[in-house]
Design a protein around this ligand. Structure first.
Ligand SMILES: Nc1ncnc2c1ncn2[C@@H]1O[C@H](COP(=O)(O)OP(=O)(O)OP(=O)(O)O)[C@@H](O)[C@H]1O
Ligand SMILES: [Mg+2]
Length: 192
């Protein structure tokens, strides 16, 4: 049985810019594999393509060239409903911009994935998780008025609750203070 959870082969992303025929190459011939339990950091300056790469290798954005296999499955060969189910079951993604639903309170944002997967959220478990993360906001309050770091904790808590095989995190601690970072990274290591 293979231990490879993610396999990326000759991944290339070329996008058109403006109204013209002009294109720009954001990613070029990237190949690597990730084994189960491995923790991988993608490091680069702002604008170097880290988010673009994460979107391409996680089934969010179809690359213009190369192949991606997550748990042996090429997400870009799935039909849209199969892809949605595959992503729910296999992939966790913490977005750089949090991707919270502003009209829903903190609790509903945290349990969103669970609801989509028809799981019953456990309020006590969620309260405990948020407390562990030093979340200072109100569990039934709006997310819109939370600070950047608090919103990030809500986004992280949502992903921690899912039972994913691969967790993609796009600068997940950028808005957090250093004390929170240590806790969260420890948690991630345990889960991956
Ligand atoms: N669809 C697109 N069309 C044109 N250019 C794009 C597109 N998507 C991303 N870019 C450009 O590609 C470059 C890489 O963007 P990306 O968001 O992947 O960088 P990043 O490494 O994540 O940066 P940061 O550290 O600031 O988050 C940027 O210059 C961005 O403007
Ligand atoms: Mg980015």
């Amino acid at each position: 049985m293979t231990n490879t959870i993610l396999s990326v082969d000759q991944l290339t992303q070329v996008v058109s810019i403006g109204q013209s025929d002009q294109t720009t190459t954001l990613l070029k011939n990237i190949s690597f594999t990730v084994q189960k339990g491995e923790l991988v950091s993608i490091v680069g300056p702002s604008g170097s393509g880290k988010s673009t790469l994460l979107y391409c290798i996680s089934g969010i954005t179809r690359p213009t060239g190369g192949t991606v296999a997550i748990a042996g499955i090429n997400p870009y060969q799935l039909k849209s409903n199969q892809l949605a189910a595959f992503r729910r079951q296999t992939i966790g993604f913490i977005f750089q911009q949090y991707n919270l639903i502003q009209s829903l309170p903190v609790f509903e944002n945290v349990v969103l994935q669970q609801r989509l997967s028809h799981q019953q959220p456990q309020r006590a478990e969620i309260k405990q998780l948020l407390t562990k993360m030093n979340f200072a906001g109100q569990i039934d309050g709006p997310v819109a008025t939370l600070s950047g770091g608090e919103q990030q904790k809500v986004a992280i808590a949502r992903t921690i609750l899912t039972d994913c095989d691969v967790l993609f995190a796009d600068e997940p601690t950028g808005a957090l203070d250093s004390a929170s970072k240590a806790i969260i990274f420890t948690y991630f290591k345990g889960r991956l």
